[in-house]
Design a binder for this molecule. Structure first.
Ligand SMILES: C[S@@+](CC[C@H](N)C(=O)[O-])C[C@H]1O[C@@H](n2cnc3c(N)ncnc32)[C@H](O)[C@@H]1O
Length: 353
């Protein structure tokens, strides 16, 4: 990573992490991602969350935002400034066409539900047994899906349609990057080649959630159909399954939930984002880094003084929970057994364990 304060290097427990290269004082701003590479606001919240800065209407004492694109569907803004910046910065012609296509095809698929289900290849519907879920099995499933995807129009759940929007936002960003349309170029640390360097977690993910493999293959088939029929500008990214697969394989374990407090004072997830360079902060149950989302920017600050050589870690889960609950959650939703010192201490473990 290009920073005076830290560098990316291999960890003793596997994978990469970020390590301080000089003394860092408490509250130092360590890293900023100016905007996510890919993001989605859940459809149910799209009138309540600004399409540019992610401001939540509830925080401003409102039920919804009312500023829209003139020709657009599916995106609301908290201010004319955000709308105008979105038009200036994003590929504004493609997005409304894409959103309209998603809605149209989702309705078409719903109407044709029976016949489509009957025609579908088993790969799109059958939940694989955990024992059969090897990397070879997954790779083969994608090849089969690619060979049959052109004619498929699967019916998707609301969650799957949100995932379609998420993946398409990544494809759009890649297209903007490749074609020079991107007005504010991201740093190389937040580019498509950098995204490909993120840890691929699909094997752990599908073994924990076998239904997600056919679901992701349906998502791919649906995206391919949308692009081929309604968004030809993105067709090169759908010539093979690689782009969709690359995003879906890196989503689990790398993305950030978009959380806000709701009326009841509970934390509500409004969508999720992929901030590529931010994904290199590993987890620690006694973190020395805290993250703060400010609009669509994600900032990371030191929570205490940090010595050179120390790993910079944030927390992926609520660290107020007990050691048993923390480890259960990390294993279930993040697919790893935490190696942090606090866990070791609280488990009464020795270094050999
Ligand atoms: C968001 S990524 C962090 C970057 C990752 N280490 C890499 O090389 O790409 C999360 C992954 O890092 C590893 N990881 C993060 N914190 C960990 C911890 N406390 N104990 C063990 N593994 C951890 C796990 O493999 C996890 O799936």
């Amino acid at each position: 990573m290009e920073s005076d304060l830290f560098r990316r290097q291999a960890t003793w427990y596997g994978g990469r992490g970020l390590f301080a290269t000089q003394p860092i004082s408490k509250d130092t701003l360590l890293h900023t991602c100016p905007f996510p590479y890919a993001s989605v606001i859940y459809r149910v919240f799209r009138k309540e969350v600004c399409g540019l800065c992610f401001a939540y209407a509830f925080d401003a004492g409102r039920n919804a935002w009312n500023i829209k694109l003139e020709n657009g569907t599916g995106i609301w803004f908290c201010s004319e400034g955000c709308r105008d910046r979105w038009i200036r910065d994003e590929s504004s012609e493609i997005v409304p066409a894409m959103n309209a296509a998603i809605d149209k095809l989702a309705k078409m698929a719903e109407k044709k539900q029976r016949s489509v289900a009957a025609d579908s290849a088993r790969i799109f519907t059958e939940i694989p047994k955990v024992e059969s879920l090897t990397q070879d099995f997954i790779d083969e499933a994608w090849v089969i899906a690619e060979n049959s995807a052109a004619t498929q129009l699967p019916t998707l759940s609301e969650m799957e349609l949100d995932t379609v929007r998420f993946v398409l936002s990544a494809i759009l960003r890649r297209h903007a990057e490749d074609s020079g349309l991107q007005k504010t170029m991201p740093s190389p640390l937040d580019s498509w080649p950098a995204l490909l360097e993120l840890q691929n977690n699909e094997l752990h993910f599908y073994r924990a959630r076998p239904h997600a493999l056919p679901s992701n293959l349906r998502i791919y088939a649906f995206i391919r159909r949308i692009v081929l029929t309604d968004v030809p500008a993105l067709a090169t990214y759908l010539a093979t399954f690689e782009t969709v697969h690359a995003v879906l394989a890196r989503d689990p374990g790398n993305v950030f939930g978009m959380y806000e407090m709701n009326e009841e004072g509970d934390s509500e997830m409004l969508g999720w984002c992929m901030y590529v360079s931010a994904s290199y902060f590993n987890h620690d149950c006694a973190p020395n880094v805290r993250k703060k989302r400010m609009g669509r920017e994600l900032h990371f600050f030191a929570t205490r003084d940090i010595a050179p050589g120390e790993e910079l870690c944030t927390n992926y889960i609520d660290v107020k929970d007990t050691v048993t609950d923390r480890r259960k959650e990390l294993a279930a939703n993040w697919y790893f057994d935490c190696v942090c010192d606090r866990c070791k201490r609280e488990l009464g473990a020795t270094d050999d364990n």
